[in-house]
Design a protein around this ligand. Structure first.
Ligand code: UD2
Length: 380
């Protein structure tokens, strides 16, 4: 703002209508006004003669522009216009209306919201999904959801997919990657626009522990073969589960894990890490931050590729020595997260079992275990 504008504003605030006291006399203002008018007229003639005015008015209307669009708009905005006021009236600026964050009022005071390495812990009440949805839609993100349904576990697919269509990444592009040995038994669930089911036929193994562990190998191999060309993020979950509330882009980050519902409040010593030093999954008793669930982790394709590669290699090294970690691939995942810290952590809202009852801190139970008869379903 120039000195003249400042002076005029000052006078308006003071309720003065005559000369601006302490700055200019009425005569001065008259001279400045005439000079300004002359300058504008001269500038207009100059620019018209050089043909630099735009014939068509500029209109900025997109709130969802890509980077290139942003650059185009940026260059357009720099061009002068013939109809300044008219153009200003046509500009539709992006609107982002929501409750302002309050520095002195933390959104939750009953739970930890940030790890010591500055990774957010996702709890209901700590984020605004409208802001996040806008950010991820601008990037036109596609999310891959991997799920294994080997042998009798295909029975869980229907409920899993139906509830995912209601609650998982609503409004975003999703590829469901279903790993199964029984492709003909994959149910046909109606899908919303932008969502696809991709059935990937894989081999089965006699032992359920082997099936569970081999997920690391298969996710790793498909990350390299296809996910890298098709999706931005990979989310890896168990199939004997149902979505019960929104699970959206708030979970996405380079590398994320989920607090295991049985251990989120436990001390380090009670975590069921692998404690035998001979195993590649070994974690010493004085290390580790949290105990993460094997049934919900993910990240960018590159980070998931690195994680699954490391875990699969460790599983194979153990196998060569005749060792199987106490909680199979979950133990290896936990070891990985001790030394490769997740960039985001999901609260137990994202993996809960109602057999554990309800908890005051859980404002939502988003992804719930489906009760199963182990004897009837495992190794079958
Ligand atoms: C726990 C973990 C699981 C894994 C397992 C390792 C959670 C919620 N669950 O699950 O992630 O670490 O322990 O022991 O943290 N599967 C088949 N067919 C089979 C067997 C397994 O498809 O015959 C797949 C299926 O996707 C299943 C997953 O492997 O959801 C894990 O097996 P589980 O659910 O039987 O193991 P569970 O519930 O003890």
């Amino acid at each position: 703002m120039c000195l003249y504008q400042t002076a005029c504003l000052q006078s308006l605030r003071n309720g003065k209508t005559g000369g601006v006291k302490g700055y200019f006399t009425k005569r001065h203002l008259y001279v400045i006004g005439c000079t300004t008018l002359l300058c504008f007229s001269f500038g207009y003639l100059w620019n018209t003669s050089n043909g630099t005015w735009l014939d068509t008015p500029i209109k900025i209307s997109s709130t969802m522009s890509s980077n290139t669009q942003d650059l185009d708009d940026f260059h357009k905005i720099k061009q002068p216009s013939n109809h300044i006021l008219e153009d200003l009236l046509q500009i539709e600026l992006p609107r982002m209306i929501y409750t302002k964050p309050q520095i002195l009022k933390p959104s939750r005071s009953d739970v930890l919201l940030m790890t010591p390495w500055f990774a957010p812990i996702v709890w209901e009440g700590t984020y605004n999904s409208e802001i996040l949805n806008e950010q991820f839609r601008q990037r036109n993100v596609t999310v891959g959801l991997t799920v294994f349904a080997i042998k009798k576990y295909v029975a869980f697919l229907n409920k899993f997919l139906e509830t995912a269509e209601t609650y998982f990444m609503v409004g975003h592009r999703v590829n469901y990657y279903i790993f199964t040995d029984r492709p003909e038994e994959v149910p046909k669930v109606p899908l919303k626009e932008g969502r696809n089911v991709v059935v990937l036929q894989v081999q089965n193994y006699p032992r359920w522990q082997e099936i569970s562990m081999r997920r690391m190998e298969m996710i790793n191999s498909f990350s390299q073969q296809r996910f890298i060309n098709e999706v931005s993020y990979v989310v890896c979950v168990d199939v004997d589960m149902r979505f019960n509330d929104q699970v959206g882009v708030e979970i996405l980050s380079d590398l994320f894990g989920t607090l295991h519902p049985g251990f989120y409040a436990a001390e380090r010593q009670s975590f069921t890490y692998e404690r035998r030093p001979a195993s590649q999954a070994y974690v010493p008793r004085d290390e580790g931050d949290f105990y993460y669930a094997g049934g919900f982790f993910g990240g960018t394709v590159m980070e998931v590729y690195k994680l699954t590669k490391k875990c699969h290699e460790a599983i194979m090294m153990d196998k060569a020595k005749g060792i199987e970690a106490i909680w199979q691939e979950e133990s290896h995942l936990n070891k990985y997260f001790v030394y490769h810290k997740p960039t985001k952590i999901l609260s137990p809202e994202y993996l809960w079992d109602d057999n554990m009852g309800r908890r005051e801190i859980l404002k939502k139970r988003r992804f719930l275990a489906v009760p199963k008869n182990h004897a009837a379903i495992r190794n079958k």
